[in-house]
Write a protein that binds this ligand. Structure first.
Ligand code: CTP
Ligand code: CA
Length: 229
């Protein structure tokens, strides 16, 4: 794994990874966001570099230091992340969507700070759907043979929901996490099951996010067409 002399099985490959969580602004001082720390996506970037890949990391509001040897593009909103993914993806052998993308954004952005009004209840916040970047990329592969990987954090019927989501998104691999106390958000560790569109099911026991990352790259290497696409 990553701490040993690492096999260069991603040499000559270019991988694009999204990390962190998008923020959808309401006004110049407020946003709707989520608890994603970016740690899983950054661990994916480090482990891919260790295995010889060229890595582009699309970082949504992550405050972690830029990993050595990685091209980092910082983005804010889901719409900006979509643009960055669509720009980077045509050259990528694999795209891994580890970012937590906001499903909705406020319909309107107030260019001035929203203020309280004496004796009045607040205005409701109207939300609209964001584009589904993973589904769009999976349906419309910009490069033949490209491997597309999604993530899903689930609370109930984790595997059944994961299989449904994999089919709905159309990606090649879905990394399913069960959301729990010590796992997933902000944690250094994670536990996952990797579901393949080919029916494969690869459990990853609770451990560092690097181990989950290396298991994802093992699966990507297995699925990638031999030689260059
Ligand atoms: N994703 C995306 N664009 C979105 C929402 C999600 O690309 N607008 C990606 C995430 O990066 C992740 C995967 O889709 O890799 C699954 O995200 P998830 O939130 O679990 O899926 P949803 O389809 O939004 O389902 P849910 O209603 O359970 O939130
Ligand atoms: Ca979602």
């Amino acid at each position: 794994r990553g701490d040993q002399a690492t096999v260069q099985d991603l040499a000559g490959r270019h991988v694009v990874i999204s990390a962190g969580g998008t923020r959808e602004p309401l006004d110049p001082v407020r946003f709707l966001g989520n608890r994603s720390s970016g740690k899983q996506g950054y661990a994916l970037a480090r482990t891919a570099v260790a295995r010889g890949a060229r890595v582009t990391l699309l970082a949504a509001n992550a405050t972690l230091p830029d990993p050595a040897g990685v091209d980092v593009v910082h983005v804010g909103t889901a719409v900006q992340l979509r643009e960055a993914v669509l720009e980077a993806a045509p050259e990528a052998d694999a795209v891994v969507m580890a970012a937590a993308v906001a499903d909705f954004r406020p319909e309107t952005y107030a260019t001035g700070k929203i203020k309280k009004k004496d004796g009045q209840e607040p205005e409701p916040i109207v939300l609209v759907r964001n584009p589904d970047i993973l589904a769009e990329l999976s349906a419309d592969r910009p490069r033949p043979g490209q491997i597309v990987v999604g993530f899903a954090a689930e609370t109930d019927d984790v595997l059944a929901n994961g299989r449904k989501k994999l089919a709905r998104k159309g990606c090649d691999l879905l990394v399913v996490n069960e959301v729990g106390e010590r796992k997933t958000f902000g944690s250094e560790e994670n536990e996952a099951v990797l579901l393949g569109a080919d029916g494969s099911e690869t459990p990853v026991p609770y451990g560092p996010k690097e181990v989950v990352s290396d298991t994802i790259w093992d699966e990507v290497v297995r699925l990638l067409p031999i030689g260059d696409a």
